[in-house]
Design a protein around this ligand. Structure first.
Ligand code: PMP
Length: 462
């Protein structure tokens, strides 16, 4: 750390935090006796806490966000320059960074043409749901209003997004939910047996389950299908062979808008600009958030095709016929200014290529770890977005108890390596270790992460 904060300053911060901050995702009782963790500083792949302890961050800021790493002065400068010129203007006006970032983004998304700015992944998904609903009203008298979502996928924290949430423990206690959202089965090949799936052509079978739901509900009632390209918090689920081709076919067959949630995978995480680009699929709507500006500013977007956009442009004399929606902080200029520089960095430093190369390396290392530790039942992922599912028994695939998985995470933390785990979201399936280092990771960083997991597994499951 640079030492600008004294020990006294920091203990004041800890006490202020303990007294007043309500942290995300955690029960606070332990903070009565243990200090909350405050992250003070970051540089590259590393962060320092209030005790000055250095950590190698294998989860990009906890939730897959800081894709280009910490301490990027050029992003800070781009934001500063923009803020002193114009920080904000909203309503129906545009901005210089908003226009330039949208042009850059669209250049990486063939088939897409329009960018709608918001400030969180949940909000971007809400906008997509609203567009699907408005199209149902415009085109089908409101009948084609149902939105399908998948078991284990997550789309955000609002009641609307939880209504489309496939992680039951995250939803428990927050109902009743919004009607018109319908669940389809997951596509995790490792657990195909639990679904009674055939042993061959699982990908097509899993996609066919979506068609079964559409037929059950009535195709003229279903307007949208919302999927993560690679499921994130639900277990780092890479889609099986043949899955996306069938999904696209089904959407076209029943005139269903395909909305892909790239909040985690978007902007390089899997080694392509967007996760769906691995699978040759053409979405109608794409939402993104975390990696868009790597956490240097809050920005999220919903990107659509011209077909979707033009439905809101026809009948210009009808006063109801436009997207009747706004996001106050969609008018902040810091977001697109940071996002533009973030994309420049990814391009100029070859970070997509690095993600592919280092991602393959890390996947190989995780497989080698699985050869050594029987508790690793399955390894999966894409690019620098990887998971290792822990089981009590490889034969039965019984999920490892969450407490023991969390012990591995805590052990790595002790060693100065921050890893993640699917956590308090899936009843019985909080058992996958998650890795998502920044796209700048080197083989040396990966070796350190793998060595710490190796040590932790050895200690916990000897
Ligand atoms: N979609 C996915 C796939 C996510 O993982 C998340 C957040 N973890 C969201 C949407 C919601 O994003 P936010 O927290 O920015 O609202």
């Amino acid at each position: 750390m640079d030492g600008t904060l004294t020990k006294n300053d920091l203990s004041h911060v800890v006490e202020a935090d303990r007294a007043h901050v309500w942290h995300h995702l955690i029960q606070h009782k332990p903070f009565e006796t243990n200090d909350p963790r405050i992250i003070v500083e970051g540089k590259g792949m590393r962060v320092w806490d209030q005790k000055g302890k250095e950590h190698l961050d294998a989860v990009s800021g906890g939730v897959w966000t800081v894709n280009v790493g910490y301490g990027r002065e050029s992003i800070a400068k781009a934001v500063y320059d923009q803020l002193i010129k114009l920080n904000y203007f909203a309503g129906s006006a545009g901005s210089i960074p908003g226009a330039l970032f949208s042009e850059k983004l669209i250049s990486k998304m063939p088939g897409m043409t329009r960018v709608y700015y918001t400030n969180s992944g949940s909000e971007a998904n809400e906008k997509a749901f609203k567009m699907i609903r408005q199209i149902a009203h415009k085109r089908y008298g409101g009948t084609k209003h149902k939105i399908l979502y998948r078991d284990r996928d997550y789309h955000g924290t609002t009641i609307g997004c939880l209504s489309a949430g496939g992680q039951d423990e995250r939803n428990a206690q927050y109902g009743p939910f919004t009607p018109g959202f319908v669940r389809v089965p997951h596509c995790l090949e490792y657990r195909a047996g639990d679904q009674g799936a055939p042993t061959e052509n699982y990908g097509e079978w899993a996609a066919d389950q979506i068609e079964q739901v559409i037929l059950r509900e009535g195709p003229d009632t279903v307007g949208g299908l919302c999927l993560e390209p690679v499921t994130a918090g639900g277990g780092v689920i890479t889609p099986p062979q043949g899955y996306w081709d069938r999904v696209q076919e089904i959407c076209r067959k029943y005139d269903i808008l395909l909305h892909i949630d790239e909040v985690v995978c978007g902007v390089g995480r899997t080694g392509t600009w967007f996760g769906y680009q691995h699978y040759g699929v053409q979405p109608d709507m794409v939402t993104m958030a975390k990696g868009v500006a790597s956490g240097y500013a809050a920005i999220a977007c919903l990107v659509t095709t011209e077909d979707v956009f033009s439905m809101f442009k026809d009948n210009a004399d009808d006063p109801m016929n436009y997207f009747r929606d706004i996001s106050t902080f969609g008018g902040c200029t810091a977001g697109p200014a940071a996002a533009l520089e973030n994309m420049r960095i990814i391009e100029d430093e070859g970070l997509l290529e690095n993600t592919t190369e280092i991602g393959h390396y890390m996947l190989d290392q995780l497989h080698a770890l699985a050869d050594k530790h029987a508790v690793i039942g399955n390894v999966r992922g894409k690019g620098l977005f990887l998971g290792a599912e822990l089981v009590e028994d490889r034969e039965t695939r019984k999920p490892m108890a969450e407490k023991r998985v969390q012990k591995v995470v805590a052990d790595c933390m002790q060693q100065g390596i921050i890893i993640g785990a699917t956590n308090r979201s899936l009843p019985g399936y909080n058992n996958t270790l998650c890795f998502s280092p920044a796209l700048i990771a080197t083989k040396d960083d990966i070796d350190q992460i793998i060595a710490s997991v190796d040590e932790a597994l050895g200690r916990e499951f000897a």
